[in-house]
Ligand binder design. Structure first.
Ligand code: PSV
Ligand code: MN
Length: 386
């Protein structure tokens, strides 16, 4: 086993970004359930995010979604975040919730709609300039529902053209993260359905274009850790949108459905040298039926637990077993780490950082959940508006 002191030191360097939309109301396409105390403004979302950071110590940045988090003054919002001990993280572009985008956004057959979508993406880069954000996260719902509906290849050309225009606009220290998703809302073809498509576009664009792996965006049974290993090897893994899935893009708490998969992914991250600030560990989740802030705290802890186990893998013993062709021995090395209870180790890491050993308990005792129910009366609760 790797020395616990080395594992602890590595764990203190990890940051996990929480998504502003996870603090708002959400649901499925059947129903969005309102919860009491939910934020009404981006500022209130940041207040909740500050609670997550306060009790975990590893969630200092918050991703925004535009236009869900539209404000008049983004520099002001960044300063507000700073006062709460936070920073604004990735800017997520939204070109999927406008009637004009029925047939696509940047791949739409009509040049005027493509222009409108591109203008939004460029506006998002302006926002990044004001917030000091490094990453622009791009996910396109673009695709078709029926064979023959549009020219699959021409849509790739239109996509490439838009991406090139955004790439051109990026500042020196800014990146674009291109996200893929197998299907939904388009059902026949999706214009960026898989890592290969995202990778091909990013490769052409250059170093500032990186692939983002949303763990919920694959076919059942897909070996996500293989994709992670490959992208890291190619220097093209920009980050993760972590969540858990039972069926498709469930957006449930990361590590809830398959903690073993999360461990395998984190092992490839550690193995591939991706445990650096170059790989953004972001959550992309919605908490439809469970209280949101503790669910996000739990999610952060799940990522930490998978990371701790991945760091514990005895890589020398693993390499020795692998080169000796010792199939069972190699597998046992990995399973030993996965089966280790890392909760006491993480409790120590937290205590050494001056935090409560039990973030869930500390949050529950803080009274914040009751306070926001009392204070946040009236107004329009935030939500993603399905
Ligand atoms: C699409 O399903 C997605 O994963 C993209 O990242 C969006 O921006 C996000 O969900 C919104 O929750
Ligand atoms: Mn995502």
């Amino acid at each position: 086993m790797t020395a616990p002191s080395a594992v602890k030191a590595a764990l203190t360097t990890q940051s996990i970004e929480t998504p502003s939309w996870a603090y708002g109301n959400s649901g499925t396409r059947f129903k969005v359930f309102a919860q009491q105390g939910v934020p009404r403004t981006p500022q209130e979302k940041l207040q909740d995010a500050a609670q997550v950071h306060r009790y975990t110590g590893v969630a200092p940045t918050v991703a925004l979604h535009i236009p869900w988090d539209t404000v008049d003054d983004y520099a002001d919002l960044a300063a507000y975040a700073g006062d709460l001990g936070l920073r604004l993280g990735a800017i997520n572009a939204n070109v999927f919730q406008d009637d004009d985008y029925k047939l696509g956004s940047v791949t739409h057959p009509d040049a005027a709609v493509r222009r409108k979508a591109l203008d939004h993406l460029l506006t998002c880069v302006d926002i990044m300039d004001a917030t000091g954000s490094r990453d622009l996260k791009l996910w396109f719902s673009d695709g078709t529902n029926y064979p023959g509906q549009d020219d699959i290849r021409a849509r790739q050309d239109r996509l490439a053209e838009a991406l090139a225009a955004v790439y051109e606009r990026l500042g020196e220290d800014q990146r674009m993260l291109l996200e893929y998703k197998l299907f939904e809302p388009a059902f026949y073809t999706t214009d960026v359905p898989d890592w290969g498509t995202a990778y091909a576009h990013c490769l052409k664009l250059g170093e500032k274009a990186q692939v983002v792996v949303d763990t919920g965006h694959h076919a059942p049974g897909t070996n996500i850790e293989f994709i992670v290993a490959l992208l890291l090897r190619e220097g093209k893994l920009g980050g993760f949108d972590f969540n858990s899935r039972f069926y498709a893009d469930d957006d449930l708490m990361v590590g809830a459905a398959d903690p073993f998969q999360l461990f395998r992914i984190m092992y490839e991250v550690v193995r591939g040298g991706g445990f650096t600030s170059e790989v953004a560990f972001m959550l992309d989740q919605c908490h439809n039926i469970e209280p949101k802030i503790p669910a996000i705290i739990r999610s952060v802890m799940n990522v930490q637990e998978a990371t701790a186990k991945a760091l514990l893998v005895d890589r020398d013993a693993l390499a020795a077993a692998q080169s000796a062709g010792d199939v069972l021995g190699a597998n046992a090395v990995l399973m030993d780490a996965f089966n280790t209870d890392v909760r006491p180790l993480l409790a120590e890491v937290r205590q050494e950082a001056g935090l409560d050993a039990d973030p869930m308990g500390a949050y529950a005792r803080s009274g914040w959940a009751e306070r926001i129910v009392t204070d946040r009366q009236g107004g329009q609760q935030a939500g993603w508006g399905a």
